[in-house]
Design a protein around this ligand. Sequence first.
Ligand code: FES
Length: 144
Amino acid sequence: MNDGKADRLDEIIASHSRREGPLLPILHDIQAEFGHVSEEAKRRIAGALNLSRAEVHGVVSFYHDFRSEPAGKPVLKLCRAEACKSRGVEALVGAAEAVAGDRVAVETVYCLGLCTVGPNAMVGKTVHARLDSAKLTALIGEMA
Ligand code: FES
């Protein structure tokens, strides 16, 4: 970790070092800034607070507010099978990928089982049907 994150972790830890019960405020700040509490963060917190890494990990895993791993990108599954192709999905792909950028993963799937109302895409367990360029880019925009 040599990209300034270690220094920032140490700053956050130091900013709470004089508090009574500094662990949770430190974890909240690190979660808010980095999106997760990495192994490196746990090790640095443990060292600063004279705790074991396992004790810090135990607190991180106990509270649902904290994650040990970064959240993955949201995924949009875009059907590019024959029926959706015949309904124009290929013309939507370029704009969808441009809007998604590196914030949303646009994955290709082959048939979501609603061929008569395509082009279709799935987000989580929800299928979005009759997509056109405006609907698809709006959907991706909401996910980003
Ligand atoms: S081909 Fe797209 S849902 Fe079946």
